[in-house]
Design a protein around this ligand. Structure first.
Ligand SMILES: Nc1ncnc2c1ncn2[C@@H]1O[C@H](COP(=O)(O)OP(=O)(O)OP(=O)(O)O)[C@@H](O)[C@H]1O
Ligand SMILES: [Mg+2]
Length: 372
């Protein structure tokens, strides 16, 4: 208690009990006052803290508001862009649909063109192949006609010792004429069959003969386009091959495609080797383009193999070669349908068409057909 207040109470003209009571009351009042003062100060501190927190929150809210505002603007912008993009995509879609229609039409035309082209290729081969037997037929007919004149003269002049000789010669000639006539006949038949691809009926077929016929057609077809083309042809036909029930013109077409591809790959390699030679980089052994065609009787399957030492196919391109329209030929030279059609034809016969390629050495295509 305050010293002055004590003195003041002491000096008051009242009883001691009164003084004590007064001092006690004053003490209580003083304590209450201290508590109130303490609470007041606490409130002031709390108020300042709350004000700070509130201010910070307001700033944060302002910030968030700004961010939301920005996001809203961006969203609107994106929405506008999305709309524009959607319109663009719709337009592109329309264009693409039109392109797709055009492509479908072109594809149909190309398939037709490929059929015509391979027919043309075949026709060129056929023309050459037919020319040969026809020449024989013509020559032997002429010789036979002369022999008949000679025979008549010999009969009329009674030189009977020469008559038998003349008759034998004429007979031999007639056998040769029949042989070459038959050859021309089978070529014409092959051509007719080829023009009916996909519509033909199955026939029990001698695979070795079919393969050899188409090898010759492919060779002369290729030569008719490129007079300088030359390749060593090797054949190895398995004589024990059973006859197969196939559509001969379709399998023939597959063989023709594979051999034509092999010839093309050899020509390409020849040109590359020549370029190396002119640059003085040629390898020691000269390049001899070689195509080997063989047949084999495997277990339950027969195999027709076309092996070449041409440009070969890079491993990375292997999965593409059977796709329709895949070609590495310069534009206008190949449709890229050869292998895809071949694949379909072999598949339709329950067989498979495989390729083995050795980069830089060449490749081998193998047709496997079920033999039973
Ligand atoms: N024997 C091969 N050697 C190297 N590459 C080959 C051989 N056979 C096929 N190819 C590759 O596969 C591609 C596709 O062959 P495919 O027969 O389908 O079409 P194309 O020969 O290019 O055209 P088309 O057959 O219409 O003339 C060829 O362009 C070539 O790149
Ligand atoms: Mg081809």
């Amino acid at each position: 208690m305050d010293e002055e207040l004590n003195k003041l109470i002491e000096s008051l003209p009242i009883l001691d009990e009164g003084k004590e009571l007064l001092i006690k009351k004053f003490d209580e009042l003083h304590k209450k006052n201290v508590i109130i003062e303490f609470k007041y100060n606490r409130t002031l501190v709390d108020k300042a803290a709350i004000t700070n927190i509130l201010n910070a929150s307001i700033t944060e809210i302002e910030k968030q508001k700004q961010i939301i505002e920005n996001s809203k603007n961006k969203l609107n912008q994106t929405l506008t862009e999305v709309h524009t993009q959607r319109n663009l995509i719709e337009e592109k879609n329309k264009e693409l649909n039109k392109l797709l229609d055009d492509l479908r039409q072109t594809q149909q035309q190309l398939i037709l063109a490929e059929k015509m082209a391979s027919l043309g290729e075949l026709t060129a081969g056929i023309a050459h192949e037919i020319q040969n037997p026809l020449n024989f037929v013509n020559n032997f007919s002429e010789v036979s006609s002369d022999l008949l004149d000679e025979l008549l003269v010999n009969i009329n002049s009674g030189n009977y010792e020469f008559v038998e000789q003349d008759v034998n010669d004429i007979k031999q000639n007639l056998i040769k004429i029949a042989h070459h006539g038959n050859r021309a006949d089978s070529i014409v038949k092959a051509m007719l069959q080829h023009s009916r691809i996909g519509t033909g009926a199955r026939e029990v077929t001698n695979i070795n003969k079919l393969t050899d016929d188409y090898l010759k057609l492919a060779y002369h077809g290729f030569r008719s386009k490129d007079k300088s083309f030359n390749a060593t042809l090797k054949t190895n036909y398995d004589k024990a091959l059973p006859r197969l029930n196939i559509v001969p013109q379709d399998i023939g077409r597959v063989i023709l495609n594979l051999i034509s591809n092999a010839f093309y790959a050899c020509t390409e390699r020849s040109m590359k080797e020549e370029q190396k030679t002119t640059k003085g980089k040629s390898s020691e052994t000269p390049y001899i383009p070689t195509v080997s065609v063989s047949t084999k009787n495997g277990s339950g399957k027969i195999e027709i193999s076309v092996l070449d030492n041409g440009t070969s196919i890079p491993n990375k391109d292997l999965e593409k070669i059977f796709q329709p329209f895949y070609t590495t030929k310069p534009s206008g030279q190949g449709t890229g349908l050869g292998l895809s059609l071949s694949y379909d034809i072999v598949l339709a016969h329950g067989g498979e068409l495989n390729v083995i390629t050795k980069e830089g050495e060449g490749c081998e295509f193998i047709i496997r057909l079920p033999s039973a």
